[in-house]
Design a protein around this ligand. Structure first.
Ligand code: ADP
Ligand code: ADP
Length: 173
């Protein structure tokens, strides 16, 4: 079964993804991750970014049909700054924590591996504004597209993590 989580940065997609990973082929179309991977590699950014985008196009072409469900993590923009600026990540697993909403047992340390957590350079208020602008202009049309195909379920992503989990489970049952 194929599932897409869609929503602005900080809406909780990464946090909720472990609960579905065994059951679903969660196609992780993270444009942000792909661009960051391009930046991390030493080859010229433009070339790499292009390559990543071509790959994304290919993936969408192959998988655009046969998507079983799309969950739209609906949330007001005003909530996202606090979510994003408090986010701490365990880089190798992608696990995310929040200083206020989901603190690790020891500050700055991953609960499971004991390895250090990092903050993403672009997880600040200023860059968030441009990421949100990109979301509204590029990603929102995709939400409309899936709504018309009747595979879309809206998730109230502003609720506490456990309530969002219940909504996700209900949407998938
Ligand atoms: P996304 O993957 O959509 O960018 P994340 O899952 O990384 O978002 O969540 C962004 C930040 O908000 C993280 O620090 C996470 O711990 C926290 N968070 C996730 N879901 C909730 C929630 N329902 N309520 C409060 N904070 C949350
Ligand atoms: P994610 O939540 O998957 O990490 P981001 O919020 O980082 O995604 O990226 C959302 C959008 O912002 C991307 O689709 C892209 O258009 C744009 N974007 C992200 N990072 C960069 C960057 N370093 N340079 C230019 N545009 C970017």
């Amino acid at each position: 079964k194929r599932l897409i989580f869609i929503g602005p940065p900080g809406s909780g997609k990464g946090t909720q993804s472990p609960i579905v990973k065994d059951e679903y082929c969660l196609c992780h179309l993270s444009t942000g991750d792909m661009l960051r991977a391009a930046v991390a590699s030493k080859t010229p950014l433009g070339l790499k970014a292009k390559e990543a985008m071509d790959k994304l196009d290919e993936m969408l072409k192959k998988r655009g049909t046969g998507i079983d469900k799309v969950l739209n993590f609906a949330i007001d923009d005003s909530v996202l700054e606090e979510r994003i600026t408090g986010r701490w990540i365990h880089p190798s697993s992608g696990r995310s924590y929040h200083t206020k909403f989901a603190p690790p047992k020891t500050p700055g340390v991953d609960d499971i591996t004991g390895e250090p957590l990092i903050q993403r350079k672009d997880d600040n208020a200023e860059v968030l504004r441009s990421r949100l602008a990109a979301f509204h202009s590029q990603t929102e049309p995709v939400i409309d597209y899936y709504a018309k195909k009747s595979v879309l379920t809206n998730i109230k992503a502003e609720k506490p993590p456990k309530e969002v989990t219940s909504e996700v489970q209900k949407a998938l049952s």
